[in-house]
Design a binder for this molecule. Structure first.
Ligand SMILES: *[C@@H]1O[C@H](CO)[C@@H](O)[C@H](O)[C@H]1NC(C)=O
Ligand SMILES: *[C@@H]1O[C@H](CO)[C@@H](O)[C@H](O)[C@H]1NC(C)=O
Ligand SMILES: *[C@@H]1O[C@H](CO)[C@@H](O)[C@H](O)[C@H]1NC(C)=O
Ligand SMILES: *[C@@H]1O[C@H](CO)[C@@H](O)[C@H](O)[C@H]1NC(C)=O
Ligand SMILES: *[C@@H]1O[C@H](CO)[C@@H](O)[C@H](O)[C@H]1NC(C)=O
Ligand SMILES: *[C@@H]1O[C@H](CO)[C@@H](O)[C@H](O)[C@H]1NC(C)=O
Ligand SMILES: *[C@@H]1O[C@H](CO)[C@@H](O)[C@H](O)[C@H]1NC(C)=O
Ligand SMILES: *[C@@H]1O[C@H](CO)[C@@H](O)[C@H](O)[C@H]1NC(C)=O
Ligand SMILES: *[C@@H]1O[C@H](CO)[C@@H](O)[C@H](O)[C@H]1NC(C)=O
Length: 373
């Protein structure tokens, strides 16, 4: 949207140009009126309508700057492109308590980024969302949605790269099939929602972040997880997952963070885990894992290793003493035996160490507590 001053400036220019040859004036006049009646003024109408809808039910100061005396592109929370069309709306943490009017929002032809996390948005997510076809970023996390209007179909959002719907009350009516058309997704957060394991996700080979934590997912990790070779983060903690960890997890060589705590996984740490040498965070507490830690000997970038409350046994590998970044080592409530590596903590700054409730023997390594509190 052009500012008032800018409009006046252009108007003066148009008037001044009246003395020029007629064709040129008509051209300028045409530009002037198409600027007034074009996308920008449509966007302003939509934005003002949006404000009035959101204000009806929300007690918020979010729209204090959304006044016609300001240029729309200067409204707090609004970003425009060089043509003056709205490209981004950011209204997270604004106490919005409404049924989200996607029918209006999606009329903004250039909208690429929509951020509405941490509000009290409720009711189902309406089918109109499918008209926001230019969206690359959608963050509706931490709201109170009751699911999706049925049938919900958002395959048209094929430009999406970042989709954050964690903790938003979404249930099984999620339009999973639509994910198949979002092949460019890079980050997908669906945690803290009650979902089944979505098989459609396994084809999104550009994903780098996949968060499905605390989603009441049952059953096994599908072997096809190994397709997602770009993954840096895989979060599945707090589900009700069972079975063995598939060996295919060893294909995810870019993983830095693997969080599988609070499930019912069984069996040994799979052969091939040793190849995940970029791993920094490996959280596997509260499962039913057995066997020893020999697969972890090569993971010398580990910063945080949490394996409490499993049925793991054997000795702590001597290599752990050489891990330079290790800060958290939590092995409590297992059946580990033997002496701890003598150089544990000699080259790292350990600050959380919990080795309680095991069968360790021998002395406490001399360096282990040097940084401790
Ligand atoms: C609106 O919020 C303000 C502070 O944020 C509070 O003082 C006021 O009572 C609220 N009004 C209503 C109607 O809840
Ligand atoms: C949201 O509500 C809280 C508590 O009432 C208040 O402190 C805060 O200023 C409100 N935020 C906005 C953007 O209105
Ligand atoms: C989504 O938006 C909220 C609110 O701004 C923010 O706290 C959160 O980090 C965002 N999610 C992601 C994954 O960036
Ligand atoms: C899937 O995305 C493509 C563009 O990548 C689009 O042309 C097509 O219409 C979308 N499919 C559906 C069912 O919306
Ligand atoms: C996946 O990422 C690559 C590299 O960033 C990109 O060239 C490709 O187009 C992406 N695939 C899809 C389906 O968007
Ligand atoms: C898990 O998700 C439920 C909603 O499904 C939520 O109430 C709970 O706080 C979440 N737990 C954690 C630890 O985030
Ligand atoms: C986990 O699944 C088992 C059956 O597979 C069920 O008995 C149990 O209640 C589930 N627990 C949770 C927390 O959902
Ligand atoms: C580990 O990676 C190496 C080199 O890429 C490969 O040859 C080997 O088969 C992998 N090991 C396992 C157990 O997957
Ligand atoms: C650890 O477990 C593996 C696989 O079960 C076994 O081959 C290996 O001998 C064990 N290592 C030690 C030191 O016990």
């Amino acid at each position: 949207m052009l500012s008032v001053q800018e409009n006046q400036r252009r108007l003066r220019k148009v008037v001044a140009s009246m003395s020029r040859p007629p064709l040129y004036s008509f051209y300028l006049l045409f530009c002037f009126f198409s600027l007034l009646s074009g996308i920008q003024s449509d966007d302003l109408q939509i934005i003002m309508k949006l404000k009035s809808i959101l204000l009806q039910t929300s007690n918020t100061s979010a729209f204090d700057s959304w006044e016609s005396s300001n240029s729309m592109c200067n409204f707090i929370g609004i970003t425009c492109n060089s043509q003056g069309s709205v490209t981004k709306i950011k209204l997270s943490h604004q106490n919005l308590t409404v049924v989200l009017p996607f029918d209006f929002i999606c009329q903004l032809q250039s909208l690429e980024k929509l951020s509405l996390g941490f509000n009290n948005l409720h009711s189902p997510i309406m089918d109109d969302l499918k008209n926001c076809v230019k969206l690359q970023y959608l963050n509706l996390s931490n709201n109170l949605f009751t699911g999706w209007s049925v049938p919900a179909e958002i395959s048209s959002l094929s430009q999406l790269q970042y989709l954050y719907l964690d903790g938003s009350g979404l249930s099984q009516t999620f339009p999973w099939k639509s994910l198949q058309n979002m092949t460019g997704l890079v980050q997908l957060y669906l945690g803290n929602n009650p979902f089944p394991f979505p098989k459609e996700v396994l084809q999104l080979t550009n994903l780098t972040w996949l968060d499905l934590c605390n989603c009441s997912i049952h059953g096994r990790i599908p072997a096809e997880i190994g397709n997602l070779k770009e993954l840096i983060y895989l979060g599945l903690w707090g589900n009700n997952m069972t079975g063995k960890i598939p060996v295919e997890i060893g294909n995810l060589v870019n993983l830095k963070k693997l969080s599988l705590s609070h499930n019912s996984f069984i069996g040994k740490l799979p052969v091939g885990l040793r190849n995940l040498t970029k791993l920094e965070v490996f959280h596997f507490s509260m499962n039913n894992l057995e066997g020893n830690l020999s697969e972890l000997r090569f993971l010398n970038n580990l910063v945080s290793l949490r394996l409490c409350e499993n049925e793991l046994s054997g000795q702590v590998p001597a290599e752990f003493g050489e891990f330079k970044k290790l800060a958290i080592l939590s092995l409590c409530y297992n059946s580990f035996t033997g002496p701890l590596p003598r150089n544990l903590g000699s080259s790292a700054k350990l600050y959380i160490v919990n080795l309680s409730m095991n069968f360790f023997t021998g002395q406490i390594p001399p360096y282990m507590c040097k940084q401790g509190t």
